[in-house]
Design a protein around this ligand. Sequence first.
Ligand SMILES: [Zn+2]
Length: 333
Amino acid sequence: MTTEREGRSGAGLDLHSHLEGRVRPATAASLAKDLGAPAPAQGWAAALRLQEAGDLTAYLACVAASYPLFRDPDAVRRIAFEAVVDAAADGQVHLELRFGPATHVTGEHGLDDVVRAAAAGVREGTAATGIPAGIVVAALRHHDQRTNEAVARAAARAAGTGVTGFDLAGDESRWPDLEPFAPAFRIAAAAGLGLTCHAAEAAGPQAVADAVRVLGVGRIGHGAHLAEDPEALRRAADEGVVIEICPTSNVYTGAIARVEDHPARTFLDAGVRLVLGDDNPVQTGSLLSAERAVLGERLGFSTTDLAALDAVAVEAAFLTADERRAVATALAR
Ligand SMILES: [Zn+2]
């Protein structure tokens, strides 16, 4: 575990974290009561059991236990705000929060309402803490093409108001084909949003190159299986693909058996550009500062390696030029 001093002073940039995985337990209890929704405590208890036999489908079911809380835009706004506050308290200098708004639409509240609520929450969080934060809107693998294109259009309409990126999330083991998502990514790209995609988390190493080619992304979420193919690894390094690693989460999803098995060191030695995220920290109990300690204490990252990771994160974050300079300055403090 990281010390309190390290956690407060240098957790770095969190470039892979899900809003649905950041609901404070106290907030969850209070919102569940207000909304008459089931409390998600059951899901989190199940998440702990996953440590023994992780798999992505079961992991996502645990995260989905928080979904009823997102059906109210005011709740979404509060959850996003609190996530930025928690990130700042963890010592983070930038937070990108991804979420899948199509899951949270109701008859009363449409995609724009949900996306705008999340964007408003991060703007308020930034105003309160001084750390830049952005929303990365996620298409979901199990949703049809029309739904994901509507999600991309809602993200595009909110570009510049707190929405900074576009992602593809969901169960890669069950929906590995990327072609149906290409039109949504074209819409997001045309709006100037940064592009990323969960890949090689539950599929093989080739999924990284496929996401780059089919969706045009420069960043990959997890990429945990990339190291299994030296040629795919070399290609990712040559093309400058940025891998958003989340070691603890990969144990819960079953991508790796133990955190010591995470290929971060192999990635680094192969010259692959790496950034760090905490994925779903409420479910895993591991915020970014703890993930950073995992790299330093269990995966052999030196201080120089961590500084290199920070430098890549500053370059690869979905930030404006002014924000990028501010984040670099905050890191140097
Ligand atoms: Zn993720």
